[in-house]
Design a protein around this ligand. Structure first.
Ligand code: AMP
Length: 398
């Protein structure tokens, strides 16, 4: 029987990240990135069965890049491509789960654009291009926000005038839902628990970072809010700051909203705390080893704020079945995991340093000391989760 394949697409304003996901194959037969779309330097890079390739696609827009990709996908899928799964950043309150794309879905994603003015238009561009290039295939939208639609009102409402929520959707939405969902299912499997009867703290730590409290397979709280800026210290994002900061900078320095937005999203976080050295945790760890004061401070603040957020998330749990680390930093940095857990002694969490050191480069495992609550390293796989969601929607109802 031939395996079913799904092409997973993640579109930015000038890029398309793609992966062909086979239902019964752990790695991706084909994956890659088309970038600098719309410019003379547009390029398509891909890896097929571990061989790297690239092709200049000068001047290509999203549709032309997907057209260039089409024969590669057809070859890699060996005539067995069943659907396309799109990562969509913001589904607002409309989408509580992945959805088959039709005219209604497109309209609802478009209506959510004010909440994600940079991301949703790029995602729509990708969907429309894919519908033109693969007209015969079903397309599915999988939303970063959907998993968090189970948050109770006391977790998603801001203490702001009600009309802002009612008329303008100003509330906490949360992001990284696809990753939190995937790793919490994997963690339940690893622990021999049923997802529907399990209770987790989860830290997704990549360039963007968020925590989540997951009870019986449902998100109960998360650190990101209306936008992906709220919460933890990230690569270049500040995370939480005093909400009066905007007014303060506008009054005292005359800064515009655009300038403040750019500063908080692109010039803050690890990059700022390290004195401009780097937004990349690997580089910061190396600099810290050599005594760099900024890198040391950046790591201290990152871990302390992360631990504080996890402790806050524990308020949403009836019990603690375990803490999950994922994302590039969570999957690879024994230092960050151990410094963070060191501040969580009141939750009973204690790390096993040998096991911690062994869980790097895609190695999953338990890293807690015997007799203490579980701490698991679980590599995320958002592409696979998007493919699974896509296939689930294609299956006839049994
Ligand atoms: P992601 O956005 O999930 O790809 O994660 C990117 C982050 O993971 C960057 O800050 C990387 O420096 C970090 N990262 C990747 N590998 C390591 C490593 N071995 N040690 C520390 N941080 C790492």
């Amino acid at each position: 029987m031939s395996t079913r394949n799904v092409l997973v697409i993640n579109c930015g304003s000038s890029s398309i990240k793609f992966a062909l996901v086979g239902e019964s194959r752990a790695d991706f037969p084909l994956h890659g990135l088309a970038e600098r779309l719309g410019s003379a330097d547009a390029i398509l890079r891909w890896q097929h069965d571990n061989q790297r390739h690239e092709q200049a696609i000068a001047g290509s827009d999203h549709r032309a890049a997907l057209a260039a990709l089409l024969p590669l996908v057809e070859q890699a899928a060996d005539g067995s491509l069943h659907g396309i799964g799109h990562r969509v950043v913001h589904g607002g309150e409309h989408f509580t789960a992945a959805g088959l794309i039709g005219a209604d879905t497109l309209a609802a994603i478009r209506a959510t654009t004010p909440l994600a003015p940079l991301h949703n238009p790029a995602n729509l561009l990708g969907i429309e291009a894919a519908m033109a290039v693969f007209p015969e295939l079903p397309q599915v939208a999988v939303f970063d926000t959907a998993f968090h639609q189970t948050l109770p009102a006391h977790a998603y409402r801001y203490a702001l005038p009600e009309a802002l929520y009612r008329d303008h959707g100003v509330r906490r939405y949360g992001f990284h839902g696809t990753s939190h969902r995937y790793v919490s299912h994997r963690a339940a499997d690893m622990a021999g628990l049923a997802t529907g009867d399990s209770s987790w703290l989860c830290a997704h730590l990549g360039n963007g970072a968020s925590t989540c409290a997951i009870v019986n397979g449902q998100s109960q709280d998360t650190s990101m809010g209306l936008t992906p800026l709220e919460g933890l210290v990230m690569g270049t994002r500040s995370g939480d700051v005093d909400p009066n900061l905007h007014g303060h900078l506008a009054r005292t320095l005359g800064w515009s909203l655009d300038k403040i937005d750019a500063m908080l999203n692109k010039e803050s976080g690890l990059l700022a705390l390290s004195g401009g050295l780097s937004n990349d945790m690997r580089s910061l760890e190396q600099a810290r080893d050599q005594g760099h004061a900024g890198a040391t401070l950046a790591i201290e603040v990152f871990c302390y704020r992360l631990a504080k957020s996890l402790a806050a998330m524990s308020c949403a749990l009836p019990r603690l079945d375990g803490l999950i680390f994922t994302g590039g930093i969570g999957e690879n940095s024994a230092l960050i995991r151990s410094k963070t857990v060191a501040s969580l002694g009141l939750l009973g969490l204690v790390i096993d340093h040998e096991a911690n050191a062994a869980c790097v480069r895609g190695q999953s495992g338990a890293i807690h000391a015997a007799g203490h609550p579980r701490i698991l390293v679980v590599p995320t796989n958002e592409e696979r989760q998007i493919a699974l969601d896509t296939l689930a929607l294609l299956d006839p109802v049994l």
